[in-house]
Design a protein around this ligand. Structure first.
Ligand SMILES: O=C(O)C(=O)C[C@]1(C(=O)O)C=C[C@@H](O)C=C1
Length: 253
């Protein structure tokens, strides 16, 4: 769909589709135990030349460089975790629709997403333990982080649609830099309840054991549906709303 014809319904539709990517990425990550050396600085500290940080940091940084060259971050819907020192794109520029207000480009909350994912979310949906598969674990984390980042920063588009639909409602709170009123204006509790129910249902459907005679599941899922619901209610939607507020605060600049 052309970006200038986005509506609240169409951006919500995209958020619903992105639920599938997020839930599948969580299921893939939950296939490995926590594998904590993946996140510890000491595990790789003396082995990777000219690098300090965890294996996950190494994998994400090293993956973002070729993606930047391939033009990924020229798309306003994509946000790198390590924007410093990224190489420029080497591909012919694509003329992305200019739907967002230009200051949107300065909003990147990937550091918060990174910290939340590692320190709060992982232990909620991943089993304890260590099977030594640290590189594969980091590769799965990368997919989760990218899916979460895309969804959460999609809040910029949601906020733009809401602003265009009723600027007169938002403008006074933007001018007054009133975050609380903006948060109230953009919150739809019924929609949030529906999101939490739908993601639990999707986690049941996508995470069941499929057998030929329908006897394999016994109420066990690859990720706990109630945890997926909680991840959305406690972290993913609040971070999306945080992006929406940050965007709206810059909307009249
Ligand atoms: O659908 C919206 O209106 C959104 O802003 C998205 C979202 C979400 O993150 O899913 C966030 C805030 C609303 O309260 C409801 C849902």
């Amino acid at each position: 769909m052309a970006k200038n014809s986005l509506t609240l319904e169409s951006v919500r539709h995209s958020l619903i589709r992105q639920e599938d990517s997020i839930i599948f990425s969580l299921i893939e990550r939950a296939h490995f135990p926590i594998n904590s050396p993946t996140y510890s600085q000491s595990y790789v500290s003396n082995s990777i030349p000219a690098f300090s940080g965890s294996l996950l940091r190494f994998v994400v940084k090293e993956t973002e460089a070729p993606l930047a060259k391939a033009g990924r971050y020229a798309n306003p819907e994509e946000h790198p975790f390590f924007p410093e020192d990224l190489p420029p794109s080497v591909v012919p520029p694509h003329n992305f629709a200019k739907f967002l207000h230009p200051p949107a480009a300065s909003i990147n909350i990937n550091q918060d997403i990174w910290d939340t994912y590692i320190n709060k979310l992982l232990q909620l949906f991943v089993a304890p333990g260590d099977d030594g598969n640290y590189a594969s674990t980091a590769a799965s984390d990368l997919v989760c982080l990218q899916a979460l980042s895309r969804r959460i920063h999609y809040g910029k588009l949601v906020a733009e649609v809401k602003f265009r639909e009723s600027p007169q409602e938002y403008e006074p709170a933007i001018r007054a830099k009133d975050r609380d009123t903006l948060m109230k204006l953009l919150t739809f509790e019924k929609v949030e309840e529906a999101v939490m129910k739908r993601v639990a249902k999707k986690a049941m459907m996508f995470g069941q054991e499929v057998t030929l005679n329908n006897d394999g599941n016994h109420g066990k899922y690859k990720v706990d549906p109630s945890v997926v619901s909680r991840l959305y209610g406690d972290w993913i939607m609040p971070l999306t709303k945080h992006v929406e507020v940050e965007y709206l605060l810059r909307r009249l600049d």
